[in-house]
Design a protein around this ligand. Structure first.
Ligand code: NG1
Length: 561
C-alpha cells in the first residue's frame, strides 16, 4: 500500500469485493442508490464514489501537530452517485442538483461562480478562481459536498475549462458528528465524484498519468475540508483513502505523508459505542478544535524558544518539527522518511520533562495552568502584531486562558503511546512475542491512558464519554477511549472476541441513553468494527477492527446496470 498508488476504478462489484458471495452482501445498497438515482433524475448514475469512515484506535489531536496516528477504516461509508446532466448547454457550467437519501436532508441546488480578475481589459479577462458559498456557521450537509467540489474546481478549472453540470445523490452509514469521520468521508467521496465525472481520474491514452494518486487525493481532501471551517489534520482523509484490509494504519505526516499497515492481534475486537452526544466541530471550533490547534502551535514556538531551537518569525512551526530540529533531524535528507522512530521515542521522553517549563510560575485560580493572551505573547518572543499575524489572523478562537502546558503534555505523551501501541502490535507478529492476552492487555492500558489524557489534559472528553468508557471497562473491555475529536461522539473499546456479545449486552443495559433501544436501533449505536460474520468468511477468524473493503474507490457503472 502506498500513497503513490492510483485511485482504484472498478466496473463490477465482484472485482471490488473480491468474490461474488461477498459482493452479494453489499449489492443491495449499491442497487438502492442506483435505483433511487434513476427515479429522481431519470437516468443511471455514471459513477458511484465510495469513501469509508474511520475509527482512531489511538493518537488523538496530534495529527495537526504532525505526529503519527493509528486509525483504521471501518465498513460504514458514504456513497455518492453522480452523473453529468444531458444537454450541457442548457445548464450553468458546473451547476449541481444534490439529493440525499436521508429524508431529513433536503434537495440543494447550487452553481459555482467564476471570479474574474478585476483590473484587466475585457479581452484579457480570464477565470482566476471559483466561488461556492459554503456556510461555516451552521452544520449543513451540502457544505461537505461543496468543499470537495471546490478543490476540483480550483485544481482543475482555474484559468479555463468548464466543469460539467451534474446531478448527485448521497447516502451514508457513518453517523454524523460521532467521531467516525463522516465529514472526511463526505469530502473524500465528493472530491472523487467530481473528479470522476469531469474525466480527471482517467489515465491518459498511454496508460500512464495524469491519474491522481491516493496521496494527492488525501492532500486535496485535507485542503477541501478546511473550507468547511475546521483546520483538521490529515488523519481522517488518509485513513479513508489509503487503508488496507484487516489492519490499522500508522500514518505519519512529517516530513511527508506516509502510511504503513499495522497488523492487529488475533482475538482482539474493537467495539464502537456512540455516546449520542452530537459534537459539531465546525460550530464549536473557536472554543474547541481550532483553539486546540492554536494552543499547540503557540506551545511549539514557546518550547522552541526555551530550547534554543531556531524558528523563523513568520513560521507556524509544529511540535513535531520542534522535536525534529532539537534532535538534529535534517529535513529532506535521507530516504525522506524523517528521523528513525527510536529517535522520536527518545526525544519525546525528553520533551515530557521539558514541557514542565510551560507551567506558569503562579497558577491562577481562574486559569488553573493556563496563561492569558498577553502572557502567551510575551512567552513567544514575538511582538503582539507578529504573534497575531502568525497565530490568529487565519482562525477565530475564544478563550480567557490558553492551556499551553496541558495541551503540549498531552501531545507528547499521546505521540509516544501511539509508537508503543504500534510496537506492541508489530511485536505480536514475532515468534518471541508476548502471549496474545498480554499483547491485548498492553494495548488496552495504552488506550485507557489516552482517555485520561484526553479528559484531563486536552479537555476534549465530556461526562457521557467518561461514563461510557467506565462502563465499558467494567463490562470487560481491556481499554476504552473516546475516538475522533471528542466533546461527544463515539468511544472505541478493545474487547476479546469471545466476550463481544456479553460486552454489548452489558453496556446497552447500563448506559442510560441506550435504554429502550433494541435490534437494529441498538446496532446503530454500538457495533463491532468488522464485517458481519457471513461477509467476513474469507478473512477467517482474524476478526479485527477493520472491514475487508476499506479504502475509497470509484465505481463506474455499466450500461447494463
Ligand atoms: P473527527 O472528529 O473524527 O472528524 C477530528 C479531525 C482529525 C483529528 C481528530 C482528533 C477533522 C476532519 N478531523 O476528527 O483530523 O484531529 O479530530 O484526533 O477535523
Amino acid at each position: 500500500m502506498s500513497a503513490s498508488e492510483p485511485i482504484p476504478v472498478y466496473t463490477s462489484l465482484t472485482d471490488l469485493y473480491g468474490s461474488l458471495g461477498t459482493s452479494l452482501n453489499h449489492a443491495e445498497r449499491w442497487n438502492n442508490i442506483a435505483e433511487e438515482f434513476q427515479r429522481q433524475f431519470g437516468r443511471k448514475p455514471a459513477y458511484i464514489a465510495r469513501a469509508p469512515g474511520r475509527v482512531n484506535l489511538i493518537g488523538e489531536h496530534i495529527d495537526y501537530c504532525l505526529f503519527g496516528v493509528l486509525p483504521a477504516a471501518i465498513e460504514r461509508d458514504i456513497l455518492i452517485a453522480i452523473s453529468p446532466r444531458p444537454h450541457h448547454h442548457d445548464h450553468a457550467p458546473g451547476s449541481v442538483v444534490a439529493e440525499n437519501m436521508h429524508t431529513k436532508y433536503t434537495r440543494q441546488v447550487f452553481a459555482p461562480a467564476p471570479r474574474r480578475k478585476a483590473s484587466v481589459s475585457e479581452e484579457e479577462v480570464h477565470v482566476e478562481e471559483w466561488h461556492l458559498d459554503i456556510n461555516t456557521k451552521e452544520l449543513r450537509w451540502e457544505s461537505y459536498v461543496k468543499a470537495g467540489y471546490y478543490g476540483v474546481l480550483i485544481n482543475y478549472f482555474t484559468g479555463g475549462g468548464n466543469p460539467a453540470p451534474v446531478d448527485i445523490l448521497v447516502t451514508g452509514t457513518v453517523p454524523a458528528g460521532s467521531g467516525l469521520s463522516s465529514s472526511a468521508a463526505m469530502v473524500v467521496g465528493s472530491t472523487l465524484a467530481f473528479l470522476a465525472v469531469n474525466g480527471k481520474l482517467e489515465p491518459n491514452f498511454t496508460g500512464s498519468g495524469p491519474q491522481i494518486s491516493k496521496g494527492q487525493l488525501v492532500e486535496m481532501a485535507v485542503a477541501n475540508e478546511k473550507r468547511v471551517g475546521v483546520n483538521s489534520g490529515g488523519m481522517d482523509q488518509a485513513a479513508s483513502v489509503i487503508s488496507v484490509p484487516s489492519s490499522a494504519l500508522y500514518i505519519s505526516f512529517f516530513p511527508s505523508l506516509s502510511a504503513s499497515s499495522v497488523p492487529l492481534p488475533p482475538g482482539a475486537v474493537f467495539i464502537i459505542a456512540n455516546s449520542l452526544v452530537i459534537s459539531d466541530k465546525a460550530v464549536t471550533a473557536k472554543r474547541n478544535y481550532n483553539l486546540r490547534v492554536v494552543e499547540t502551535l503557540a506551545a511549539a514556538r514557546i518550547l522552541a524558544l526555551r530550547l534554543g531551537v531556531k524558528v523563523g518569525a513568520e513560521e507556524r512551526v509544529t511540535l513535531r518539527e520542534v522535536i525534529g530540529r532539537l534532535a538534529g533531524e535534517i529535513e529532506g535528507e535521507g530516504d525522506g522518511e524523517g528521523m528513525p522512530i527510536e529517535w522520536i521515542e527518545e526525544t519525546l521522553r525528553r520533551m515530557e520533562r521539558e514541557v514542565e517549563g510551560l507551567k506558569p510560575a503562579k497558577a491562577t485560580e481562574d486559569g488553573q495552568l493556563g496563561v492569558k493572551m498577553e502572557e502567551m505573547i510575551r512567552m513567544s518572543g514575538l511582538s503582539e502584531g507578529e504573534f497575531k499575524q502568525v497565530y490568529l489572523s487565519w482562525v477565530e478562537v475564544e478563550a480567557t486562558h490558553f492551556q499551553l502546558y496541558k495541551r503540549a503534555k498531552h501531545v507528547f505523551t499521546e505521540a509516544s503511546r501511539v509508537l508503543q501501541f504500534r510496537k506492541t502490535c508489530l511485536s505480536s507478529q514475532s515468534t518471541e512475542s508476548l502471549n496474545p492476552l498480554d499483547v491485548i492487555k498492553r494495548l488496552g492500558e495504552l488506550m485507557n491512558e489516552s482517555q485520561t489524557s484526553c479528559d484531563e489534559l486536552f479537555e476534549c472528553s465530556c461526562p457521557e464519554l467518561n461514563e461510557l468508557t467506565k462502563i465499558a471497562r467494567e463490562a470487560g473491555a481491556f481499554g476504552s477511549r473516546l475516538t475522533g475529536a471528542g466533546w461527544g461522539g463515539c468511544t472505541v473499546s478493545l474487547v476479546s472476541e469471545d466476550n463481544v456479545d456479553a460486552f454489548i449486552k452489558q453496556v446497552s443495559e447500563r448506559y442510560g441513553p441506550y435504554k429502550g433501544l433494541e435490534g437494529e436501533k441498538l446496532s446503530e449505536v454500538i457495533f463491532a468494527t468488522k464485517p458481519s460474520s457471513g461477509a467476513c468468511g474469507e478473512w477467517g477468524f482474524f476478526i479485527v477492527a477493520v472491514a475487508f473493503d476499506v479504502s475509497c474507490f470509484i465505481w463506474r457503472t455499466r450500461p447494463s446496470f
